[in-house]
Design a protein around this ligand. Structure first.
Ligand SMILES: [Zn+2]
Length: 142
């Protein structure tokens, strides 16, 4: 890892506090013993930087599925659409929880593309959300 890619502990802590200790995309809580990953919203390979405005915390799933992508094809319109930008957009403008709080309902094209590309409603997450709901830690308050 090059020094350029190292994110200080204090910045990581600020990002975690800002995100409420949850993934900025799927809102999964950070409590499974696996730390959230620092996500470059615009990947370094696409010209993104280590500036805090380009950083957020994401669960490993979202970080891996997102990879170096910043756009996707909207399944409804076939339009190339940007992925959700956690630092420039509000989660609740693009997503909502289903009534049973197990599924993330996309509200916009950005939401649709992000839910699909990051697989934010696959079976693994639905099962985890059922358990988190029983434990009283889901859905997240923010
Ligand atoms: Zn996530």
């Amino acid at each position: 890892m090059s020094p350029r890619r190292r994110i200080s502990l204090s910045l990581r802590k600020r990002l975690a506090e800002a995100a409420g200790y949850a993934c900025n995309y799927c809102r999964s809580p950070s409590l499974a013993g696996v730390p959230l990953a620092v996500d470059h919203i615009v990947p370094l390979a696409a010209g993104g930087t280590d500036h805090p405005a380009n950083l957020c915390l994401a669960c490993y799933r979202c970080n891996e599925f997102k990879g170096a992508q910043t756009t996707g094809m909207d399944s409804l319109t076939s339009a190339v659409t940007p992925l959700f930008h956690p630092n420039q957009q509000n989660w609740s403008d693009h997503f909502a929880w289903s009534q049973d709080s197990l599924t993330i309902v996309p509200l916009t094209a950005v939401g649709r593309v992000t839910v699909e590309m990051l697989r934010m409603n696959d079976g693994w997450l639905l099962q985890a959300r059922r358990i988190w709901r029983l434990a009283g830690i889901h859905p997240p308050l923010s």
